[in-house]
Design a protein around this ligand. Sequence first.
Ligand SMILES: Cc1ncc(COP(=O)(O)O)c(C=O)c1O
Length: 379
Amino acid sequence: MKIPFNVPPHSSNEEKYISQAIANKKLSGEGMFNKKCEEWFKNHLHCQMAVITPSCTSALEMAMVLAEIGPDDEVILPSFTFTSTANVVALYGAKPVFVDVDPHTMNIDVDAMEKAITSKTKVVIPVHYAGVGCEMDKIMALSDKHGFIVVADAAQAIFASYKNKPLGSWGHMAAYSFHETKNIVCGEGGALIINDPRFVARAEIVRDKGTNRQQFLNGQVDKYTWQDKGSSYLQSELATAFLFAQLEEGPQITTRRLMHWNQYNAGFADLEHAGKLKRMEVPADCQTNGHIYYVLLNSAEERAALWSFLKEAGIQSTTHYVPLHSAPAGIRFGRVAGGMTITDDLANRLLRMPMYADLTADEIDYVLEKVTEFFARKS
Ligand SMILES: Cc1ncc(COP(=O)(O)O)c(C=O)c1O
């Protein structure tokens, strides 16, 4: 049996909507499907504004422009994240300040984050790893106290909630990803969710190459001009036509992933009780979306051995981030605040199992069987 790590989901209406977009003869970021996707987020999250972007990376970048970070500013984020979370900070000359993660979730350790706050802290970027929410109530309370802006990296978090509130609606801004490895996809894509009204007026300009083109299109001015810093943050209509079809079927896609998540979780229980591995945790306050199922092995060597054993058996499991504080650009552009013992340890022991909507129960049983066989052979 061959089981890939990821297969992008397919929904019923993608081809139909792309054909409609072509027929509409409006293929830039101002077409009907762009509007439909923006409306979908507004209805789903009750946000102030949603911008469908070419990627989560570009959504995070746009958030940094809106937050007006610069060389005197610090941005706190976990070291255990994708490069984009820190790269957008370095791009504007601000300093990424890396903190450790909570061993239960691999999300930012809020106590470590609080200790890292200085008079230079302008933004905090919590990352909802594996579609499991950070402790957003505590983070927002610290933001109220210290005045920093919270931009949530919700790349993996579509259809996941914290305290029953969708993760995109926590924070002043939040960025989703629709890259083909995510739960809901359009090839490459993202969305910037703006929850704080103070960013809306500039967002209209920043997303459209720094111009007031939106005002021109609304008939408020008779020509548009360069007003502010900005870039090309709009997504193509062809991609948003695909995305809208996926969003419509998002609840069903999520249900399927959660079913797989639960099957893995039940299947790995005996190995956990036998002390062979640790299953990922989802705290009671978090409603996950089944984005990732990972286990923690007892050592880095054991992870490497299981990884290649599964590969031999046709199963593509995979590790995750190389902590950014130890990466060349992390050392060059960032600094560490506090210890990194949890990140350094767990990043070396984490292994992700195949996870996608079309995975079958038999395929998951095969993965579970092979992992069990790996430990049986060792003992
Ligand atoms: C936490 C996190 N942030 C940002 C990104 C970047 O997303 P995109 O590929 O849509 O730019 C990823 C991608 O995997 C991610 O895992």
